[in-house]
Design a protein around this ligand. Structure first.
Ligand SMILES: Nc1nc2c(c(=O)[nH]1)N[C@H]1C(S)=C(S)[C@@H](COP(=O)(O)OP(=O)(O)OC[C@H]3O[C@@H](n4cnc5c(=O)[nH]c(N)nc54)[C@H](O)[C@@H]3O)O[C@H]1N2
Ligand SMILES: Nc1nc2c(c(=O)[nH]1)N[C@H]1C(S)=C(S)[C@@H](COP(=O)(O)OP(=O)(O)OC[C@H]3O[C@@H](n4cnc5c(=O)[nH]c(N)nc54)[C@H](O)[C@@H]3O)O[C@H]1N2
Ligand SMILES: [Mo]
Length: 653
């Protein structure tokens, strides 16, 4: 039910635009992994390049992407965006600026205001607090784990390389001789397991499990909605995530009466997919206004600058109710706007309305079950009337017959109670591209292929030719094969193959484990007894023999990013030259000290690092445009190499 959760999660019923960010870009910069990248963004360039990426570090590519309105970046400016909004509005009132966006654009152009990313290591630009829930960031997800430990947390780490000061410094992003360590002041996490992340957290909120709360589960890839229904109440001090966030919001709102009150916030919005912004930079031509005579125009070659009023005292009230923008503007997904008068009316009756406060009279979503009801009410996949309305709108715009895909389900309205009785099949909806009509199984793009609904591309067709300046520069205007990166030439990692008597250099892959879902389910006694009971690395008999390793021996895998101590599983299922360290093994179980650093270490992600591909940062160009949860850089780390060493079989903890 995409429309409901995306819109409510971003509070689009109360204020727009929301602040969203690309995770990979955020961590690449804020954990200083960029400082390890001793290569330039043009290292992969084609002979036909026009030079758009010349002399740029990947950090510069990110900075350019943000300033041209392609991808978001936070923090936005070297100044508090609340103060900045006041400053801009004061200038407009005094008649020294025409409007806020042009005030900001001028200040950026003449450098009286600077993007935070251009001096990301300055203390005023550090992330200071981090709240994690449903994420094991410092174990499962964080590629470049040791940089997170060193630069973000400032704690024990196993980074083995040196910053690449010599190789190449960025052009636009400021280089500090000494990288900051310990940027974060407060790490809060919520989980029901002791994980690699909770181990490092300042505060851990004990979370309720799926047997102790109401929730929904659904993805685009399976055609059912499932309910979570509590079998028992959350035990002892545990709380559902829902209650936890409400309690935090209530306390925050209480303190906001003295600390923040009502403020206006300047939000830079990238030029997004399925909005006019995606056609703002025709031809995919990079027209950078920084240090050039090209004018800086918000919404054209810059983000859109919006001012959002935030009543910080009302956060808790608003969290507990559906806000008025749902009635006024509806919710929009993939450029189809769903009109919500009907579902809002129904919701007011089923959920009741809030009394008093900022949300007086608004439909209540103050319990997890009511929130689930709202999510179901606001999506075409679970509310047939919305699906039909969405398809009819699309029919007018595309000239194609579409509404029959959901006609007949106008009165189908999946309630939370129905999902609790059993998994409920969803209704075909324009929110997705597949069709479940007539009991079909979902496959993506069915509607585009069979009904000729235009693809959301520049041409409206399946689109392979990308004439964006950066794509031409890296020689990928048409799809091509690219071999793995040469980690030796780019980063000085050892060459693949034998590297000494008891060392072999191999490709280091971390595929998803068959025996767990990320870090979950592998840390129970049953699974640990069935496996080796701790970290393992799968290797081929040939590689094992070359370093005199027998099955179950302790080895170390290391490279500039860090080190992992693990037992070798020697298997004919592995090809020579590649090792597997399954994602995601925890630092909480059987992690000895390493010989390489003398420190306890590390985990599968200690040996990985984010490698950002500049072309993933392109935006404002049709299908290459930012969209929340859809388009942004991936944290690909598949090209890593590591030295595998036989080590002393006496391990210490
Ligand atoms: N090297 C490497 N890194 C990777 C990958 C890789 O293949 N290799 N894969 C990447 C991919 S595709 C993904 S999806 C990420 C996954 O990364 P994460 O999502 O960070 O991984 P999980 O281990 O699933 O962490 C989820 C945590 O949420 C907790 N949890 C579960 N349900 C609830 C709940 O209801 N409430 C709360 N509060 N907590 C809950 C679980 O106990 C668990 O600790 O990792 C990414 N990182
Ligand atoms: N049991 C279990 N199932 C899961 C998950 C889990 O944790 N456990 N996680 C779920 C999630 S969130 C995700 S994202 C998916 C991920 O599922 P998949 O996308 O299947 O991910 P992986 O297993 O990480 O990688 C697949 C294969 O890619 C290979 N590979 C590595 N580099 C390259 C390369 O350069 N080229 C090619 N062609 N292949 C390469 C690896 O050797 C591996 O065999 O799985 C989902 N399903
Ligand atoms: Mo994933």
């Amino acid at each position: 039910p995409a429309t409901g959760w995306v819109s409510l999660a971003n509070a689009l019923d109360w204020s727009r635009p929301p602040r969203t960010m690309i995770g990979t870009g955020y961590w690449y910069m804020h954990t200083d992994q960029w400082r390890q990248d001793g290569y330039s963004a043009d290292a992969l360039k084609s002979p036909l390049s026009t030079g758009a990426l010349d002399g740029m570090h990947t950090a510069d590519a990110l900075a350019q992407s943000a300033r041209l309105g392609w991808m978001p970046f936070y923090p936005q400016f070297d100044r508090n965006p609340l103060d900045l909004a006041d400053e801009a509005e004061a200038a407009v009132a005094a008649g020294t600026a025409t409007d806020t966006p042009s005030y900001i654009a001028d200040a950026l152009k003449n450098r009286t205001l600077n993007p935070a990313i251009e001096d990301v290591d300055a203390p005023e630009n550090w992330p200071r607090t981090l709240v994690l829930w449903r994420s094991n960031l410092f174990g499962s997800s964080a590629k470049g784990n040791e940089y997170f430990l060193r630069n973000l947390l400032g704690t024990h780490n196993n980074v083995l390389g040196k910053d690449h000061a010599e190789g190449l410094k960025p052009r636009d992003v400021k280089w500090h001789e000494q990288a900051p360590e310990g940027k974060l002041d407060l790490l809060v996490s919520a989980d029901f397991r002791m994980t690699s992340t909770t181990l490092l957290s300042d505060v851990v909120f004990p979370a309720a499990t799926w047997y102790e709360k109401h929730d929904l589960s659904s993805t685009d890839m399976h055609p059912f909605v499932h309910a979570f229904t509590p079998a028992i109440d959350p035990p002892w001090e545990t709380k559902t995530d829902f209650d936890m966030f409400h309690l935090l919001a209530q306390e925050f709102s209480r303190q906001a009466r003295t600390h923040l009150g009502v403020r206006r916030d300047l939000v830079s919005v990238p030029l997004q997919h399925d909005t006019p912004g995606q056609l703002a930079q025709p031809g995919g031509i990079v027209r950078d206004w920084r240090d050039t005579s090209i004018p800086a125009v918000p919404g054209q070659n810059m983000p859109i600058f919006s001012v959002v009023e935030r009543d910080y005292t009302a956060i808790a009230d608003k969290l507990a109710a559906v806000g008025p923008l749902a009635d006024k503007l509806g919710f929009t997904v993939k450029n189809v706007t769903y009109k919500l008068a009907g579902p809002l009316d129904r919701l007011s009756r089923s959920n009741g309305v809030m009394l008093g406060g900022a949300a007086d009279g608004r439909p209540a979503i103050d319990t997890d079950a009511k929130m689930a009801e709202a999510i179901l009410a606001f999506s075409g996949t679970t509310n047939g009337a919305l699906s039909v309305q969405g398809f009819r709108d699309l029919e007018v715009r595309t000239g194609r017959k579409l509404a029959d895909l959901s006609e007949g389900s106008e009165e189908k309205f999946i309630t939370f109670a129905q999902t609790q009785a059993g998994p409920v099949p969803v209704i075909t909806s324009p929110e997705w591209s597949g069709s479940e009509t007539g009991g079909r199984r979902y496959a993506p793009f069915t509607i585009n292929v069979e009904r000729l609904k235009p693809w959301h591309t520049l041409t409206g067709r399946m689109h392979f030719f990308l004439d964006h300046d950066w794509m031409i520069d890296i020689g990928e205007a048409l799809p091509i094969y690219r071999p793995p990166l040469d980690m030796h030439r780019l980063f000085g990692e050892p060459k693949l193959g034998q590297d000494g008597q008891l060392e072999v250099v191999v490709r280091y892959l971390t595929p998803h484990s068959k025996w767990s879902i990320h870090s979950e389910y592998q840390d129970n006694l049953l699974m640990l007894s069935l496996s080796r009971g701790g970290p393992t690395v799968w290797m081929s008999p040939a590689d094992a023999e070359s370093i005199q390793v027998k099955d179950n021996d302790w080895v170390e895998c290391l490279n500039i990013n860090g080190v992992l101590v693990a037992r070798a599983i020697v298997s004919h299922r592995m090809p020579a030259g590649v090792v597997y360290v399954h994602h995601a093994q925890e630092r909480t179980i059987d992690v000895p000290k390493s010989e390489a650093t003398g420190r306890r270490g590390g985990i599968h992600n200690s040996v990985t690092r984010l490698l950002v591909k500049p072309s993933h940062l392109i935006g404002a160009y049709a299908q290459l445009a930012y969209a929340f949860n859809y388009l942004g850089p991936t944290g690909n780390q598949r090209d890593m190499v590591a030295t595998v060493r036989r080590r002393s079989q006496e391990v210490q903890y």
